[in-house]
Ligand binder design. Structure first.
Ligand SMILES: *[C@@H]1O[C@H](CO)[C@@H](O)[C@H](O)[C@H]1NC(C)=O
Ligand SMILES: *[C@@H]1O[C@H](CO)[C@@H](O)[C@H](O)[C@H]1NC(C)=O
Ligand SMILES: *[C@@H]1O[C@H](CO)[C@@H](O)[C@H](O)[C@H]1NC(C)=O
Ligand SMILES: *[C@@H]1O[C@H](CO)[C@@H](O)[C@H](O)[C@H]1NC(C)=O
Ligand SMILES: *[C@@H]1O[C@H](CO)[C@@H](O)[C@H](O)[C@H]1NC(C)=O
Ligand SMILES: *[C@@H]1O[C@H](CO)[C@@H](O)[C@H](O)[C@H]1NC(C)=O
Length: 508
């Protein structure tokens, strides 16, 4: 073994020395570097925590809004005196146009400002939907049009008054310029500076609102906080394409005053940033998202992103007040043998008598005759020739298809297929008459709608020509706080081909 040929250099005495020396040097440098690093790090941290200018808000959406007209400062010229300590009513007077009268007490229809997206061209045809729910001198707000409509297009006193949107052509867009205009309605509505507004509610010109229920639902929420309330699409494909977190605009959505105040500051810049979006609701959603507010889903808002017959969906409504309908031009009329408009008018007759109970479903079993009976109040009743589990009765019968691909699903709720055996399908009854009887009671009558093939089944159910439903009116609180489905009871025998049933609160 040769001493010089040692393959391991560290064994060489000189090399060993050099190596030891470099070792020490390296160690020294390592320590020096580490100490310097720690020193500068603590310096950075120190200055970060002591100097306020070292904080950069992130995400800084204000900084990302370069090409926009600044919000007119005169609308925000009141200096808000921010104090610490628990919130009291003196803290929640927001500055707009100098002073803002803010009321206390429960939310009612006067606290809502509606912003309806329309166009001069379609308003003549679609205002009939707004006229179904608009109450002159009660509901506040406007339909926003792209230009002044022809005189025959408007019907002052019956439908929402109109306003022409301010110049929106300065904003970027790639597919839909009207969507830019409609997305800005919340901003233009806010800037009107109307007194005592708690909520801005957006909808399309073919949205039908059930305003009493809208008020019941919104009054659950503290309007002093930031809320974005609405519903998404029934069709999963639509939510995947847009967002589960987006309030679909046709079903309508509500923005609380404080959120609107924040949104107004960023909206114009934000709209330019999302120029490539298709819809106005998508733009609003993206901007709300930037502020950091999530969607609060309320299942009474109905986008009705379905095709065919929405019957199954409406006959098994979730236990929550009905707030809105949309897309009624795209589905079959809700009642057979009536037009779309007549169908809505019929449903609204019932709604006027008992808003909260509208579409609320209750059911029971007739064990003797082995029937299942289901009532969606104010709309329809069904009798099944079998004992169906409650969970099935409460599941939507698949009478419809998805919005985009016309498929059998998936939907954002469960469905059950129609019985393939026609004779196992329920016999269906539709609302015929609404009456108020006695104190706080209603009597609704549903008339059979029997197809020829079903007649051939010879079911004993066909003896039931009508179902008469006696019900006590519902208090909004019943569905707002700890909602529970109501109970159904059947009368003993048929009288003049009429089955009599009673709906009551299950509390004993
Ligand atoms: C804010 O409140 C403080 C103490 O309540 C008061 O001294 C001050 O003048 C107020 N500022 C404005 C702008 O109102
Ligand atoms: C509200 O709180 C502020 C301080 O946070 C206090 O000065 C004021 O008196 C309070 N007002 C009411 C009505 O309690
Ligand atoms: C605030 O704006 C209103 C107009 O909206 C104006 O009359 C008022 O003088 C302004 N106040 C201040 C302090 O600028
Ligand atoms: C606020 O309300 C009071 C009385 O309720 C009224 O006199 C005043 O004009 C209102 N102010 C505004 C700006 O609406
Ligand atoms: C709504 O509530 C306010 C008080 O908060 C009241 O002044 C107003 O008259 C109410 N409007 C309706 C329609 O009940
Ligand atoms: C709207 O804005 C665009 C771009 O700023 C401008 O060219 C157009 O003349 C404006 N239209 C009206 C009606 O003011």
């Amino acid at each position: 073994m040769s001493q010089f040929g040692d393959p391991n250099p560290t064994h060489h005495p000189f090399k060993l020395f050099v190596s030891r020396a470099t070792d020490h040097l390296t160690k020294f440098f390592k320590w020096a570097v580490l100490i310097t690093l720690l020193a500068s790090l603590s310096l950075v941290l120190y200055s970060a925590f002591t100097s306020p200018t070292a904080w950069f808000p992130c995400p800084d959406y204000h900084a990302l809004t370069p090409n926009t007209t600044p919000t007119p400062t005169h609308l925000f010229n009141e200096t808000r005196n921010v104090s610490i300590g628990p919130t009291n009513i003196s803290h929640i007077v927001f500055g707009i146009g100098g002073s803002r009268n803010v009321s206390i007490g429960p939310t009612n229809i006067s606290h809502i400002v509606f912003g309806i997206g329309g166009s001069a061209k379609t308003w003549a045809h679609r205002r009939r939907y707004s006229e179904l729910w608009w109450q002159p001198d009660v509901t506040r707000g406007y339909v926003w049009l792209d230009e002044r409509p022809g005189r025959r297009t408007t019907s002052p006193g019956k439908s929402p008054p109109y306003r022409v949107s301010e110049n929106w052509t300065r904003f970027k867009y790639s597919s839909s310029q009207p969507a830019v205009r409609i997305a800005r309605i919340v901003l233009e509505s806010f800037r009107l500076g109307l007194p005592d507004v708690r909520w801005f509610v957006m909808g399309d010109d073919d949205t039908v609102f059930f305003t009493d229920n809208l008020v019941s639902v919104l009054s659950k929420y503290d309007h002093h906080s930031m809320y974005y309330v609405g519903g998404n699409s029934e069709s999963v494909e639509q939510n995947v394409m847009h967002s589960y977190e987006m309030a679909f605009g046709g079903g309508g959505f509500a923005i609380s005053y404080p959120l609107a105040a924040e949104l107004v500051k960023v909206l114009d810049g934000c709209i330019d940033r999302y120029y490539y979006f298709y819809g106005s609701d998508q733009r609003v959603w993206a901007c709300v998202k930037e502020i950091g507010v999530s969607l609060t889903i309320e299942r009474g808002f109905h986008q009705i992103d379905v095709r065919g017959d929405a019957y199954g969906l409406l006959a098994a409504h979730p236990v929550t007040p009905l707030v809105s309908f949309h897309h009624l031009d795209s589905v079959n009329p809700l009642f057979p043998g009536r037009t779309r408009l007549e169908s809505l008018q019929t449903l609204i007759q019932a709604y006027r008598v008992d808003p909260v109970q509208t579409l609320q479903q209750s059911f029971c079993h007739d064990r003797k005759r082995k029937w299942s009976i289901s009532v969606a109040w104010g709309y329809t009743a069904q009798i099944y020739p079998s004992l169906l589990a409650e969970k099935d009765l409460a599941t939507a019968m698949l009478t419809f298809k998805t919005w985009r691909s016309w498929s059998d699903g998936p939907f954002t709720f469960n469905t059950r297929p129609m019985e393939s055996d026609l004779c196992q399908q329920p016999i269906i009854y539709f609302l015929d008459k609404v009456e108020e009887v006695g104190q706080g009671q209603t009597l609704t009558t549903y008339k059979v709608n029997l197809g020829k093939p079903q007649k051939k089944c010879g079911s004993s159910i066909t003896a039931v020509q009508r179902i008469a439903v006696l019900a006590s009116k519902m208090d909004p609180q019943e569905l707002v706080e700890g909602p529970r489905r109501r109970c159904l009871e059947i009368g003993e025998s048929l009288k003049r081909n009429t089955m009599r049933v009673r709906i009551r609160s299950c509390k004993r």
